[in-house]
Design a protein around this ligand. Structure first.
Ligand SMILES: Nc1ncnc2c1ncn2[C@@H]1O[C@H](COP(=O)(O)OP(=O)(O)OP(=O)(O)O)[C@@H](O)[C@H]1O
Length: 196
């Protein structure tokens, strides 16, 4: 369970969260909110990649000192080295995070033929697949996916949904939080929709 208490976040004079608290209780949550409300920023803060001015985040009741070790995130907001190929980026991450080469995910997303393409030359759907592979290969207990189905083809969405069906089976306290503007397929697969 992820709980946010007393969050304050603003960019310059744009206040996104003011003394904001929320508790995500369902194992699989889909955050639905209008554009610009702060969904991506919230996921980035949960992952420890964006700093809040105030507030605390509890993961199963604990503050994580190094959230990146237990929280995996896929988001367009995270810049990847565009001059490297997808294979080089996946390799770098796998080595840095001591993960196995994610053969199953690469096959499942039909990504093999794009491994030698530079990240900046990948289509938006294939960039999304690369981001998802990087997050999913970590098998972290807390998984945050920002608009995971955006730009994906139907076969890949189905593969992702099947994968998320099984993701928490071996993660007793794990949780998946996604943001999505078209949540219907995720709701059908057991996600609980929450506004911000
Ligand atoms: N690094 C930044 N510097 C300044 N403003 C930012 C920064 N990151 C986000 N913002 C602003 O914060 C607001 C919320 O952005 P965010 O991307 O979190 O919203 P969102 O709910 O995910 O939107 P969408 O549904 O369009 O993806 C926007 O007004 C955005 O311009």
């Amino acid at each position: 369970m992820i709980e946010v208490i007393g969050l304050h976040k603003q960019f310059a004079d744009n206040i996104l969260y003011k003394d904001y608290s929320i508790c995500f209780t369902a194992p699989r949550v889909c955050i639905e909110a209008p554009n610009g409300q702060g969904k991506t920023t919230l996921l980035m803060m949960l992952a420890g990649l964006e700093q809040a001015q105030r507030g605390q985040v509890f993961f199963s009741g604990k503050v994580l000192s190094e959230p990146y070790k237990q929280v995996a995130i896929a988001s367009d907001r995270i810049a990847l080295p565009e001059f490297l190929t997808a294979k080089q980026i996946i390799n770098l991450s796998a080595k840095a995070l001591s993960c196995h080469w994610p053969m199953g995910l690469i096959d499942g997303f039909n990504f093999t033929e794009f491994l030698n393409t530079r990240f900046d030359a990948l289509s938006s759907g294939n960039q999304k697949k690369c981001q998802l592979i990087l997050a999913l290969m970590r098998d972290a207990p807390y998984l945050l996916l920002d608009e995971p189905s955006a730009a994906l083809d139907q076969t890949s969405i189905q593969y992702l949904l099947d994968l998320l069906d099984k993701y928490l089976v071996d993660k007793a306290h794990g949780q998946i939080i996604i943001t999505c503007h078209e949540p219907a397929p995720f709701i059908e697969h057991g996600f609980e929709c929450m506004p911000l």
